[in-house]
Design a protein around this ligand. Structure first.
Ligand code: FAD
Length: 322
């Protein structure tokens, strides 16, 4: 028996959350007295997982599975779980994985708990802590099914080094055409930019930036920080920014280490999606803006004056510390 972890990759490289879910799986496996097996799809760097406590990798090299496909991936991960006799399966809480997880839980007959933020509180009964009420509270949740599926919240547990010996084993799953009833034939992706899901830092703009023509200064700050850009709902509704950047209750959740909100009032629906971020910095002209109550650091000031100065200072700092 082992704990199985699904380690996501993109173009042969593991995503940042692969280290975090592996670390989480190691912690669970330690509590259970077993080892961690990872299932990886077309990733060329499997040995790297050994640094995060993975003892064995089931390595799938299959061109048909190069592109994420929830139905097919769910079937394959379930086969890997069966092969390993794994009764605990760990996944991330990425957008793809949330889509995958419901199918996987049906395949496994597993109780599924998403948005888990800490190591299990006990393994018998099996109790985990997850976020609830749009990140405003926590729920201590007991999983009673024999097989358990846990979705780890991004940036909640962290990537923790636990070096172990690792072996990589080729795994050839059984798939059929029926699994590919829907298939992405081509993916156009912005390259070279951090994505909201993977970014450590997110710089986000609201209606206070007045119009799309003013996003250059926000993008410049994001470039200096290696950050992803995001926005409030009205900004994407107005077509100033793409819908993929809209964060909040009805948009993408953000669980970055640093979230910088510029010209965003801090409506409850916006805060619901960003409250899992560790440090929140708010720049707003209105000292009464609700966002300041949720902020760790606040700058009362005009974004058009503050942003260029902040970017300049960060550039100087980077140059001095290069
Ligand atoms: P505003 O509320 O107009 O705030 C602009 C802010 O910019 C103000 O605080 C102002 O003081 C400041 N400002 C103005 N000029 C400057 C300047 N020069 N420099 C610095 N600051 C300046 N919203 C989301 O974001 N995400 C969601 O997922 C979401 N879901 C929703 C779901 C429902 C069902 C509903 C009803 C609403 C939802 N909303 C969501 C909308 C939400 O209620 C707010 O209307 C929205 O978040 C406000 O966006 P904003 O802060 O960009 O704009």
């Amino acid at each position: 028996m082992s704990v199985l972890v699904y380690t996501e990759s993109d173009n042969g490289k593991f995503k940042k959350n692969a280290w975090e879910v592996s670390s989480y799986a190691y912690e669970v496996a330690k509590q259970m007295g077993v080892a961690v097996t990872a299932v990886s799809f077309n990733a060329g760097e499997n040995e790297l997982l050994g640094a995060y406590g993975v003892s064995k990798v089931l390595d799938i090299s299959d061109d048909g599975l190069k592109t994420f496909n929830a139905k097919a991936y769910a079937k394959v991960i379930a086969q890997a779980a069966e092969k390993e006799g794994a009764k605990i399966v760990i996944v991330s809480s990425s957008t793809d994985t949330k889509y995958l997880a419901s199918l996987l839980s049906a395949e496994l007959g597993a109780g599924y708990v998403p948005n888990v933020v800490a190591a299990p509180e006990s393994t018998s009964p099996f109790v985990v802590k997850r976020t609830a009420f749009s990140n405003k509270g926590f729920a201590h949740t007991q999983i009673n099914s024999e097989t358990k599926l846990i979705g780890v919240s991004n940036n909640a547990f962290g990537a923790i080094t636990n070096k172990v010996d690792i072996k990589v084993e080729s795994f050839v799953p059984t798939t059929s055409d029926a699994l590919f009833a829907v298939k992405s034939v081509e993916i156009d992706k912005v390259v070279g930019k951090a994505t909201i899901a993977d970014a450590d830092i997110v710089v986000s703009g609201g209606r206070g930036l007045k119009g799309p023509e003013n996003w250059g200064m926000l993008e410049e700050l994001a470039d200096v920080l290696g950050a992803a850009t995001a926005c409030s709902k009205p900004v994407s509704d107005l077509g100033w920014r793409p819908h993929g950047e809209h964060v909040g209750q009805t948009g993408k959740p953000v669980a970055s280490n640093l979230y910088i909100a510029v010209g965003i009032s801090g409506a409850i629906q916006h805060l619901a999606g960003v409250s899992a971020s560790k440090v929140k910095v708010v720049i707003n002209t209105d000292p009464e803006a609700p966002f300041f109550k949720a902020a760790d650091y606040g700058i009362v000031g005009d974004a058009f004056e503050v942003l260029p100065q902040l970017t300049e200072k960060l550039k100087e700092f980077k140059a001095q510390n290069a």
